[in-house]
Design a protein around this ligand. Sequence first.
Ligand code: S3P
Length: 452
Amino acid sequence: MNSAHPHAFLVAPGGHLHGSVRVPGDKSISHRSIMLGAIAEGTTHITGFLEGEDSLATLNAFRQMGVHIEGPHHGRVTVQGVGLHGLRAPSAPLNLGNSGTSMRLLAGLLAGQAFDVVMTGDDSLSRRPMRRVTEPLAQMGARIDATAAGTPPLHIHGGTRLQALDYVMPMASAQVKSCLLLAGLYAQGDLTTCVTEPAPTRDHTERMLRGFGYPVEYKSAKVCVSSGHRLTATSIDVPADISSAAFFMVGASIAAGSDLTLEHVGINPTRTGVINILRLMGANIEILREREIGGEPVADIRVRASRLRGVVIPRDQVPLAIDEFPALFIAAACADGETVLTGAEELRVKESDRIQVMADGLLALGIDARPTPDGMIIRGSSLSGGRVNSHGDHRIAMAFAMAALRASGPIVIDDCANVATSFPGFVELARRAGLTIDMTGVDHSSLTPGSI
Ligand code: S3P
């Protein structure tokens, strides 16, 4: 298997995870810290900012719209807010790379500006569905062109008067909710925009709006904002991303002898599905030093190896673990018995079709994984070594890297460059925790000769 592609991960089998590590900052909170900092009045100081390609795409988009931003420097960013109406027309399209969150949230924030904007992305983002935001925004009066398939590039026409909207979302999506709340800040005539979600989704936008002094109201199952208020600059400490910690939680759970602590992890209850599901499977997870930082709950998470069993994943946990299924599928492959996931059709429209791509990879490693339209059935057994393709999806690459801890031979994972979108320094941190991993073209010295 010497013909691994550039940017392939080469992971030697076995080992365990140990010690104490801090994974990079939360991606969702990092995006929002730039967006709200930019439209606030005054200077916002951010620490723990994720220096990954996705959140940097958001940062660069605001620089293109005339916002003065210093950093990031070791996670520190300073944003000179321009107020709700201080953004300027960019001189070129905003290229948002791989980042669906940037494009969907910005669609709402930019729909009510005085100027036109074009937003583009890479091949993966250019295939992702945008009607879920362009249709409700059109109901608010926005004028946005997409391709005939409803995909990017998006051309937002400026100078339209946005109306408030009372919207019942057809899917549980924090991106759609956040997009509409941000558009609601610009509704004409002090009107109230409300979003009802079919199931709770991450609430970082609502929490952070409040942190910037902007009123947010809850009316039974609805979350509402009224236009006519202002955001006041603040300080934001971004916790470590539970979605990045999830790979290590799974790795430490499946690898005998592991005892790993993940430091300063955001444990917002709208994000902790991965902990709930792993515990249901029998994982040994302790939440330590629970505290609240800047309106978000944070803790250290200690994970020790344990014997996992297959479960039927409760449907109410799906939106709370939506980004963690690649990692959870690896846990299921190592569990005794069958794990059944349903109600997760959203996984088919993430950075890749995460149901198909994970099923293909698990099959290549000898696991009985049966994809269904809205989930997967996985029968746990022994993982062989082999070669899998992440299809440029960062979370699939990192999930299969952890699978090597239990594999009988080395695993090669192709197309891993996009790991840098959410987890810069993954290879180094994973090595420090005990994984024997290299990226091709970087340094193979720690792999046993001939092992790959
Ligand atoms: C995100 C919401 C989720 C998640 C994505 C980040 C956010 O997407 O998958 O990685 O920051 O709001 P959906 O809202 O489309 O489920």
